[in-house]
Design a protein around this ligand. Structure first.
Ligand code: ADP
Length: 422
């Protein structure tokens, strides 16, 4: 980095005055004013002298520029800053995550070495290019174009589909943004191994469990009264295991990102089925209320949506004591979408548990979940199904008063009565 030069002095006023006086003196002589001309020539000579002295001073200053304390401090600080900048650049270049600094218009101001490797940016050509245009061909292009508000997970790296990336945009300063991208290929491979393992184990357990269950059904407790309680318990537990296996298989199917089998989902029929299921599960212990406030249908997978909604209904029945009320509501929302809500007057959930409820096997009370035949996978299935339908789960709950689980759907997921399925 260059040090600032000592300041240059402007051309002295005396030089300009000397030129003006000289011209005036010449004009005076031409006009025959000898005295005036002599006076002006004298003044001109003084001005030239002053200008000369000034020039001499500047030259002397320039030649012998002796830095004062302030200048030395400035020079030291500049050197320190330059070293820090160098160290920062080296540090940024040594990290494995790609970092690209963008200005307010999305142009590349700077990027580190990893950005060259992961995003294919070239050091000289790609400075000041608009990044969304440069990466147009990859998944990152449209994402950048749309504002990159939400982080991206598991997308192929530009020109290297085997490399999987996670990417996020961090705004900072005045309209500047930092794109961060990370190679998550190893993580995705591990995730795949986990998914395959769960799917395979669940699949392998299914057949032996069906056989055990079948034999248990053949055993008549009345024929062996001394074993009646044992047989009863074995039946309950084998049913529970079968349900866990079915839920795990369902989750595995949802995770494989298979395309959604989309169709018109008749909400009238689905709500009627859910009500019937709630009545069967409740066995008369609760008041079940259905409020269908709109004729609008959904567009999605009937099978998956039925599974998600019936998990919510079954939870409401299982976590509401006898005498409670369960209400199913299907209604339009102010933003043009629609919402399915299951309300109950049950035990409720303390606020500190709400954020983790959709994790696999997360339970507020394991004993209550087990007693009521829960697997701890229901809300996880709900979350996956809703994600596949671009819908969100919203939970409100108050211990001792009850809970409300709502699934909100955007207008693009709605089918109105007059609308035919294309
Ligand atoms: P489970 O099979 O244990 O019910 P879920 O994933 O469906 O598993 O639910 C996770 C946990 O959330 C449950 O164990 C329960 O503690 C809590 N929960 C879910 N729904 C309700 C509800 N309507 N009222 C109270 N607690 C609930």
């Amino acid at each position: 980095m260059n040090l600032p030069q000592p300041p240059r002095r402007p051309a002295p006023l005396a030089a300009w005055i000397a030129i003006a006086l000289l011209l005036a003196g010449v004009l005076g002589a031409l006009a025959g004013h000898a005295a005036l001309s002599v006076a002006l020539a004298g003044l001109c000579a003084i001005a030239v002298l002053l200008a000369r002295v000034h020039r001499l001073n500047v030259r002397v200053d320039n030649k012998r520029f002796v830095p004062d304390a302030r200048y030395r401090r400035l020079r030291r600080r500049t050197r320190q800053l330059s070293q820090q900048l160098h160290a920062l650049r080296n540090a940024a270049n040594s990290v494995h995550d790609a970092a690209v600094l963008l200005d307010g218009t999305g142009r590349v101001i700077w990027f580190n070495r990893a950005a060259g490797e992961l995003l294919g940016l070239r050091r000289t050509q790609d400075r000041l290019v608009v990044l969304s245009e440069r990466l147009r061909e990859s998944t990152l292009g449209p994402w950048l174009e749309s504002g990159a508000a939400k982080a991206l997970n598991d997308v192929p790296a530009p020109n290297r589909p085997a490399v999987r990336l996670g990417a996020a945009m961090v705004p900072f300063g005045r309209h500047q943004r930092l794109l961060l991208a990370r190679d998550i290929s190893d993580l995705m491979r591990l995730e795949q191994v986990r998914q395959d393992f769960v799917a395979n184990v669940s699949h392998e357990l299914r057949t032996p469990l069906t056989v055990i269950h079948g034999y248990l059904e053949l055993l008549d407790p009345q024929e062996q009264p001394e074993l009646a309680s044992v047989i009863g318990e074995m039946r309950v537990q084998s049913e529970r295991m079968a349900q866990i296996v079915e839920d795990l298989l369902m989750l595995s199917r949802l995770e494989t990102h298979q395309p959604l089998k989309e169709e018109r989902v008749s909400m009238r029929a689905l709500l009627a089925t859910l009500r019937k299921e709630a009545l069967a599960l409740s066995k008369g212990r609760h008041a079940i209320d259905l409020q269908q406030r709109t004729d609008t249908d959904l567009y999605g997978s009937t099978r998956e949506l039925h599974s998600a909604f019936s998990n919510l209904v079954s939870n409401a029945v299982r976590y509401t004591p006898t005498g409670g009320r369960i209400t199913l509501i299907w209604e339009r929302t102010g933003d043009g979408g629609a919402r399915f809500t299951v309300e109950d007057t049950g035990y409720g959930i303390p606020a500190n548990h709400l954020a983790r409820l959709t994790e696999r096997f997360y339970r507020v009370s394991s004993s209550r979940s087990r007693e009521t035949g829960g697997t701890g996978l229901g809300l996880s299935i709900v979350k996956h199904v809703l994600n596949r339908h671009q819908s969100q789960l919203h939970i409100e709950s108050e211990p001792g008063r009850g809970s409300s689980f709502s699934c909100s759907f955007g207008s693009m997921r709605l089918m109105h009565p007059e609308q035919a399925e294309s």
